[in-house]
Design a protein around this ligand. Structure first.
Ligand code: PLP
Length: 463
């Protein structure tokens, strides 16, 4: 299996090179040259199988022999043994026709663990084979940093530096990073905002001498391995509700569109997905794109669901590429123009293709809070604000006849302030997060200055 760039100007690469590179040299994102697929009988046979086995089967199609099948199965087993629920991604029922896939039973209580636990094992293994080491620089507004530190701490061939905006993330989020005692982890509280952290990350990644000398890399959701790992729970939950013998639908709280695109991948592989509802908070670029046919960047507003406070959904480029019939030149043109103008007018034919699968709904702050309260009252379940955005979008959907699987992307205890503000109740901290409170924290405070941070990262990588 070869991987090509969405911008059509880079040579194709294999799976291992695609996941180590992140972005393609022409600035595009890697996608497989052709979508692999399962037969209906193969999909039906996923019913009742352990999550890690389905993961190995799905990943196997994309790895295509570059990692031995037994090793891949072992990595999947290990990755999902770190989840505290034996089903890994359990399904509960919320309403007639409405089900919730709980993606938050991993070590850092957010769905980013599902992909990161596997990516860490895949990439560390591959680096070992190539006798290379890598330093990951990560900028986080909260959840990605905790998931990345949990996944990469103690790995032999990878160092990780997690940057977060000093004083602007919750204590629980900070402690998931700063209590890691392993030598290959550093945490940096940056005197600035998340945007400052992201600008520093971009600066560091475009510094070719730094990139080459210390093997600098990133773990954001442009990494194709993360997308594939996320398509697995579309299969396990879809099959639990009757696929492939009947169609299913999904409702996905979205920011960078990684999770939404993973659903598209599952559909292309043969899972009968009738529709995917993309639910955004008031940062509604994706909802507007599917509704109005224009992808237009706006200002970023801070909401109760900060992991979705995004106005440029990097994985949308992958869907666009598919929708313009894999025209790399057109995709490159559109997204280079978007970087400058902040606008893409989606061609009518491409929009029609997108709408065969996707619809978009934006949910405001009031509706999000009311949905947290209503869900607690009606079902006894405490949901976090990201999940609430999706539940609200599900409640608004009309004319859907398939069972809808709503993705629950974070545990309520990860956002206790928002849940308390809505309901007056504080979610209980899961046992695996309790130990964080007593542990020593370790982090450095640095100014929001790219040169200072690059010097720090280099010293850590070389020291
Ligand atoms: C990252 C994240 C999302 C958004 O996922 P995308 O793949 O970026 O669309 C939603 N909810 C939570 C809790 C997250 O951490």
């Amino acid at each position: 299996m070869r991987y090509v760039s969405t911008r059509g100007q880079s040579p194709s690469v294999g799976f291992v090179d695609a996941i180590l590179a992140g972005l393609a040299p022409d600035g595009g994102l890697y996608v497989p040259e052709a979508w692999p697929s399962f037969t209906q009988a193969e999909i039906a046979a996923f019913a009742g199988r352990p999550y890690a086995e389905v993961a190995a089967a799905v990943l196997g199609k994309f790895v295509d022999g570059e990692i031995a099948a037994d090793l891949l199965a072992e990595m999947c087993a290990e990755a999902y043994a770190s989840f505290t629920h034996p089903a890994v991604v359990p399904l509960t029922q919320l309403a007639p026709g409405g089900f919730m896939a709980e993606l938050h039973h991993g070590p850092s209580l957010a769905f980013k663990d599902v992909a990161m636990q596997l990516l860490a094992r895949l990439s560390d293994h591959v680096l070992g084979l190539q006798k290379r080491t890598q330093t990951i620089l990560c900028a986080t507004s909260g959840d990605t940093g905790g998931a990345a530190v949990e996944a990469f701490r103690g790995r032999a061939n990878t160092r990780i530096v997690a940057m977060f905006p000093d004083g602007r993330i919750s204590e629980v989020q900070r402690r998931f990073m700063t209590t890691a005692a392993e030598d290959n982890v550093r945490c940096v509280a940056v005197a600035g905002t998340f945007d400052d952290c992201q600008a520093i990350l971009k600066d560091a990644l475009s510094d070719q001498s730094l990139k080459q000398s210390i093997g600098l890399s990133a773990v954001n959701s442009i990494n194709f391995a993360r997308i594939v790992a996320q398509s697995v729970y579309y299969f396990t939950t879809g099959v639990a509700l009757g696929a492939p013998h009947r169609e299913v639908a999904f409702c996905v709280p979205s920011g960078n569109f990684g999770d939404g695109f993973a659903g598209y991948v599952a559909k292309r592989m043969g899972l009968p997905i009738a529709r995917i509802i993309i639910a955004t908070n008031s940062n509604d670029i994706l909802a507007r794109a599917f509704e109005e046919g224009r992808y237009v960047r706006g200002g970023v507003a801070a909401t109760q669901s900060p992991a979705m406070d995004i106005q440029s959904a990097s994985n949308f480029e992958r869907l666009y590429f598919e929708a313009v019939r894999r025209d790399g030149l057109e995709t490159g043109r559109a997204f280079k123009a978007f970087a400058e103008t902040g606008v893409i007018d989606i061609p009518p034919q491409a929009l029609a293709t997108m709408r065969e699968t996707f619809t978009g709904t934006a949910v405001g702050e009031g509706d999000t809070s009311r949905t947290i309260v209503a869900t607690l009252n009606e079902t006894g379940q405490m949901i976090d604000p990201h999940t609430a955005v999706a539940v609200a979008a599900f409640n608004r959907a009309r004319g859907v006849t398939e069972p809808v699987i709503i993705l629950s992307t974070a545990h309520a205890a990860k956002f206790p302030e928002a849940v308390h503000a809505a309901t007056g109740e504080t979610p209980a901290t899961p046992r695996k997060a309790l130990h964080l409170a007593g542990k020593a924290e370790r982090y450095d405070r640095l100014p929001a200055d790219a040169d200072v941070i690059k010097t720090y990262v280099r010293a850590f990588a070389e020291g």
